[in-house]
Design a protein around this ligand. Structure first.
Ligand code: NAD
Length: 467
C-alpha cells in the first residue's frame, strides 16, 4: 500500500485510461512515476529574530520534454503527496493542450497570513537559491509559475534571485507569471478563465452532443452557475456572459445567490467590494448554505474555487447538464460516476483550466526570443490592410471613415496574438478529446488521460536508455 493518497487518486484515473493505450506496463510505469522528488528544509530568520525551519518541495514529474513546468504553492496543505500529484497532473495537462513541457510542481508548507511580506520575500529567495543549487530551476530545466498563495510579485523575486546567481542571457525565461516590466506577457492574468470560456463554448457548439443532452447548440441563452469569483471564476463568468450565456447563480465563501432572470456580474463585484458579501444583492434569492446553488436549475455548472466540491452527497441533486471544471479537482471520483450516470457532460480540469499554462508557454517563448509579440509586424500589417481598404474604396462607392479604417486596419498586438493562440489551443484540444471520447466510448476525463498517455509515451518510446 502506498503512502500517497492524492497521487494514487491521479494514478487511478491514469490506469482507467491506460487500458485503451497500446503501451506495455513498463512504459506506462515510467510515464506515471515522478522523476525527481526534492524535499528542502532551510532556516528562516523571522522578523523577531527567532529561527523557524521551513519545509518545501519541488517535484519534476516527467522529463520526456524539457523544461518541466508547474506552479509554486504556499499553503499549509503542501506535502510530498500533494506536490507529486499536482506535478503529475501538470504533465498530463501540458500534453493535452500540446504545450511542450514536462510537468512539475513546487510548494512551501506555511500559513502565509502568519508571515510578513519581508519574511515571504526571504522564504521565496532562499527556496529559489536551494532550487538553483540542485539544478531545479532554469529556462531549459525547470520553470515555475504562480499557484495558490503566490503571484507575480513572488515570481519577480524568483527571477531576481536567479539573475543574481547566474549570468544567463535567457534568465527571464526561468519563471513565468511575472509582472509585465520583468518580462511577463499581456493576457496571462485572465488566461485561465478565458480558456474555460473557449472550452465550454466549443462543447456547446457540437450539435450532436447538445442533442444528446437535450440542449440547443450554441452558448447563446444558456444559463450557468459559478462557484468562486476569484481570478479564474470571475474571468470565466465575464467571458461566458460576453459570449451570450446568462449568469443565474453564484456561490462564494459567505453563501450563495440565485436569480433565474440573470445576475449583473459587474454590479455584483462592486456590491461585494462595498459590502464584503454577495448576500442581499438586488432581488436574488439568498442561501446561507454556500453550496446550495450548485444544485439549482441551470444548463452549465462551473466550479472555480476548490477541490472536492461536487461529491457523493450533492451530485445526485445537481441539475446542470454540463459541468465545466475550472478549478483543479473539483469533482470526487464518486461524484464523477454519479454525474456521468445522470448523463452529464463533464469537461475535465486537465483540459479546461489549461489556459494558464498555455499562456505561460507564450510568456516563456517571448522571453527566449527577447521581443514582444507583435512588435515586428503590427505596423506592417496595418499599412498592408490600409492598402487593401484603399483598393476597395477605389473600385467601389464605399468610403471608409478614419474611425472605420482604424478598426479594420488594426495590426495584432501582443494581447491579440496571445488570445488568438489560446483560442486555437483550446478549440483544437477539445475536438481531439471529443473524438477520442467517441472512438472509445469513454468520458472526456478518461479521454484527456489517454491523449496525454499517447503523447508522453511516444516520446519515451523513442528515447534511448542510457547507463
Ligand atoms: P482565487 O484565490 O483567485 O479564487 C478562489 C475564489 O474561490 C475566491 O474568490 C474565494 O473566495 C472562493 N472560494 C473559496 N472557498 C469557497 C467556497 N467554499 N465556496 C465558494 N467559493 C469559495 O483562486 P484562482 O486562481 O481563481 O483558482 C481557483 C481554482 O482554479 C483553484 O482550484 C486553482 O488551483 C485552479 N486553477 C487556477 C489557475 C490560475 O491561473 N489562477 C490555473 C489553473 C487552475
Amino acid at each position: 500500500m502506498s503512502d500517497y493518497e492524492f497521487f494514487d487518486q491521479v494514478n487511478k484515473g491514469f490506469d482507467r485510461a491506460a487500458k485503451y493505450s497500446e503501451y506495455d506496463q513498463g512504459l506506462l510505469d515510467q510515464i506515471k512515476i515522478c522523476n525527481n522528488v526534492y524535499h528542502i528544509t532551510f532556516p528562516l530568520e523571522r522578523d523577531d529574530g527567532s529561527i523557524k525551519v521551513i519545509h518545501g518541495w519541488r517535484v519534476e514529474h516527467s522529463h520526456h520534454k524539457l523544461p518541466t513546468k508547474g506552479g509554486i504553492r504556499f499553503s499549509t496543505t503542501v506535502n510530498e503527496d500533494e506536490t507529486m500529484a499536482l506535478a503529475a497532473l501538470m504533465t498530463y495537462k501540458c500534453a493535452v493542450v500540446d504545450v511542450p513541457f514536462g510537468g512539475a510542481k513546487g510548494g512551501i508548507k506555511i500559513e502565509r497570513s502568519e508571515y510578513s511580506d519581508a519574511e515571504i520575500e526571504r522564504i521565496t529567495r532562499r527556496y529559489t537559491y536551494e532550487l538553483i543549487k540542485k539544478d531545479f530551476l532554469g529556462p531549459g530545466s525547470d520553470v515555475p509559475a504562480p499557484d495558490y498563495g503566490t503571484g507575480a510579485r513572488e515570481m519577480g523575486w524568483v527571477l531576481d534571485t536567479y539573475r543574481q546567481l547566474k549570468s544567463d542571457i535567457n534568465a527571464e525565461a526561468c519563471v513565468t507569471g511575472k509582472p509585465i516590466p520583468q518580462g511577463g506577457v499581456r493576457g496571462r492574468t485572465e488566461a485561465t478563465g478565458r480558456g474555460v470560456y473557449f472550452g465550454v463554448r466549443e462543447a456547446c457548439q457540437n450539435k450532436e452532443d447538445m442533442k444528446e443532452l437535450g440542449l440547443e447548440p450554441g452558448l447563446e441563452g444558456k444559463t450557468f452557475v459559478i462557484q468562486g469569483l476569484g481570478n479564474v471564476g470571475y474571468h470565466a463568468a465575464q467571458n461566458m456572459i460576453q459570449g451570450g450565456a446568462v449568469l443565474v447563480g453564484v456561490a462564494e465563501i459567505e453563501g450563495s445567490i440565485y436569480d433565474s432572470g440573470g445576475i449583473d456580474l459587474e454590479a455584483l463585484m462592486e456590491y461585494r467590494d462595498e459590502t464584503g458579501s454577495i448576500m442581499g444583492f438586488n432581488d436574488t434569492k439568498a442561501f446561507e448554505d454556500n453550496t446550495a446553488v450548485l444544485k439549482a436549475e441551470c444548463d452549465i455548472l462551473i466550479p472555480a474555487a476548490l477541490e472536492n466540491q461536487l461529491h457523493a452527497d450533492n451530485a445526485p441533486d445537481i441539475k446542470a447538464k454540463i459541468i465545466g471544471e475550472a478549478a483543479n479537482g473539483p469533482t470526487t471520483d464518486e461524484a464523477h460516476n454519479i454525474l456521468k450516470e445522470k448523463g452529464a457532460l463533464i469537461i475535465p480540469d486537465s483540459y479546461l483550466n489549461a489556459g494558464g499554462v498555455t499562456v505561460s508557454y507564450f510568456e516563456w517563448l517571448k522571453n527566449l526570443s527577447h521581443v514582444r509579440f507583435g512588435r515586428m509586424e503590427k505596423r506592417f500589417e496595418e499599412s498592408s490592410y490600409r492598402k487593401i481598404l484603399n483598393v476597395i474604396e477605389n473600385i467601389s462607392d464605399r468610403t471608409f471613415t478614419e474611425e472605420e479604417m482604424g478598426v479594420l486596419a488594426q495590426g495584432a498586438d501582443e494581447k491579440d496574438l496571445v488570445d488568438s493562440g489560446l483560442e486555437e489551443t483550446m478549440i483544437n484540444a477539445y475536438n481531439e478529446l471529443n473524438e477520442l471520447r467517441k472512438r472509445h466510448d469513454i468520458d472526456l476525463r478518461t479521454a484527456a488521460f489517454l491523449s496525454a498517455i499517447d503523447k508522453v509515451g511516444i516520446i519515451y518510446n523513442q528515447m534511448g536508455i542510457f547507463p
